[in-house]
Design a binder for this molecule. Sequence first.
Ligand code: ZN
Length: 124
Amino acid sequence: MDDNLGKQCERCGEGTYKIADLNDEIHGELHCNKCGHFIKRLTNESATKMTETINDQSITKSLQLLRNGFKRDFAKYVYEDERITTLLMELSMEFVYANTPIVDDELQIELAQMFIESVSIEAR
Ligand SMILES: [Zn+2]
């Protein structure tokens, strides 16, 4: 893998390529310490692929940070939405019909409600 860090500047021939600031660090670029000419730090194809992998990983990390920051809010949002109550009741009634021997309507509803209370929606 070709690393241009510390190499002689292609433009002025006097300076060498250095990591000038945080932007260089983030974007994988280098700047000449004499004329400011910039180039990609890593030049060959595998380096490009590596950089892409690192970018993918940092995107995933960013998404994970967002998920961690918002997961409790999301669980609360789902739990408080009326649609989830309706859906849980539908599913629970279906389950009671299909899997239990109870035929009395009132008891079916009561058991369905007990099933709903037995599950929880919360952030892990
Ligand atoms: Zn230069």
